[in-house]
Design a protein around this ligand. Structure first.
Ligand SMILES: [Fe+2]
Length: 386
């Protein structure tokens, strides 16, 4: 996130003594790629290193088995078993994954534990409901249609009022705006499908919580640990920099359309290590009278393609059983295209009202047993209509 932001009480210069209410505060630099990329400086009332307990956490890592024999899948995540009081961290149901990214689903109904993912950034898409992402950077309210990028190692928790359905991408590195949308110095270009005005950072007021002996779950590639902090991590009186959680609504994505069909890269929204995320939003269909308005059959030679069908009428999946909150997986090695009847159904329509979130990965995705349990056995033959 290359845009500078400043919140709360910070000193005039970096790395100088700073007193708040007469007490010297502790400066923390949180930065990516050593000291060579985006960073923020946070000013804590207490030492962020003051840990009074380090404990193991019994939580099995999700196991992803190869997609073999190779098959397309239609997953129905709303059919997953889930406890009634699930939270957005421990209640996750992992579905698909490889060494670079894991995809999970949760219907969160309770506030999560404090958590930081030290493996990489997390990207969440809010399918329904609302939540507040509370972090050391402050409060960031979220509602249906929002994406939120949570930088690696950000201490945070999900506060849910009622219920929120989340699609979560756990990256093995950093999630960014696609470089093709950025100027050499990091401004979003005029031709990008969104601008800085569409990006939201945390509230302009610091989030301060007084407490002692506070547990924080820490995720590494080895699993979960629990660190008990002497004081509450939400003790940041001020911060500034270019690294912080930020949100963007899919409703603010401006679609790019053409006389004939535009390829999926025009929908790109995020870039991650080994994957991209695209947004499909309501848009005019291609305007040429002879254009085929649904996508042509395509073989994504180098990637597995995952589509989450968020809202609307999914024009290319007519009659396939796919509906709201469905997830399709069309893997490399399988040629996919519109289901029979889709082209005819779209022929006399001027536009589409669909919202969908796509992830393409460059390494094959494995499936968990939970994913296989909600996979529609009829889907692989839906093009053949048998
Ligand atoms: Fe596709």
């Amino acid at each position: 996130m290359p845009f500078y932001r400043s919140v709360g009480d910070i000193p005039r210069k970096r790395h100088v003594v700073h007193r708040v209410d007469g007490a010297v505060v502790a400066e923390e630099l949180m930065g990516e790629h050593g000291f060579s990329a985006d960073s923020s400086l946070l000013y804590h009332r207490h030492s962020p290193s003051a840990v009074v307990g380090i404990e193991p956490v019994e939580a099995p890592e999700p196991a992803f088995s190869p997609n073999t024999p190779l098959s397309p899948h239609h997953l129905r995540p709303r059919s997953l078993d889930a406890p009634p009081d699930a939270d957005a961290v421990l209640g996750r149901r992992h579905l698909l994954g490889n060494v670079e990214v894991r995809l999970a689903w949760v219907r969160a109904t309770s506030t999560s534990p404090l958590y930081r993912d030290a493996v990489g950034d997390e990207l969440a898409y809010v399918q329904s409901g609302s939540a507040v992402l509370e972090s050391v950077f402050g409060r960031l309210p979220l509602s249906a249609g929002d994406y939120v990028v949570i930088p690696a190692s950000t201490t945070h928790r999900w506060v849910v009022d009622d219920a929120a359905e989340l699609l979560l991408f756990e990256a093995g590195g950093h999630v960014t705006v696609p470089p093709k949308y950025l100027s050499d110095t990091g401004q979003l270009l005029e031709g990008a499908p969104f601008s800085e005005r569409d990006q939201r950072g945390p509230d302009p007021e610091p989030l301060l919580v007084e407490d002692e002996d506070v547990a924080v779950l820490v995720r590494t590639r080895s699993g979960l640990s629990r660190h008990v902090h002497a004081t509450h991590p939400f003790d940041v009186v001020g911060w500034d920099g270019c690294l912080y959680p930020w949100a963007f609504s899919i409703h603010d994505f401006e679609p790019i359309v053409g006389r004939i069909h535009q390829p999926p890269p025009v929908h790109q929204t995020f870039a991650g290590p080994g994957f991209v995320v695209c947004s499909f939003v309501p848009r005019l269909y291609d305007t040429d009278p002879e254009s085929v308005k649904v996508p042509y059959h395509h073989a994504n030679v180098d990637s597995d393609e995952v589509l989450f069908y968020a809202e609307g009428d999914f024009m290319s999946r007519s009659g396939s059983g796919i509906g709201q909150a469905s997830i399709s997986l069309h893997p490399a090695g399988f040629v996919h295209g519109p289901q029979p009847g889709s082209r005819e159904a779209a022929a006399d329509q001027a536009g589409t009202d669909e919202y969908a979130v796509m992830m393409d990965t460059f390494a094959p995705l494995g499936l968990t047993d939970q994913a296989r349990a909600v996979s529609d056995p009829a889907y692989p033959r839906s093009w053949a209509r048998r």
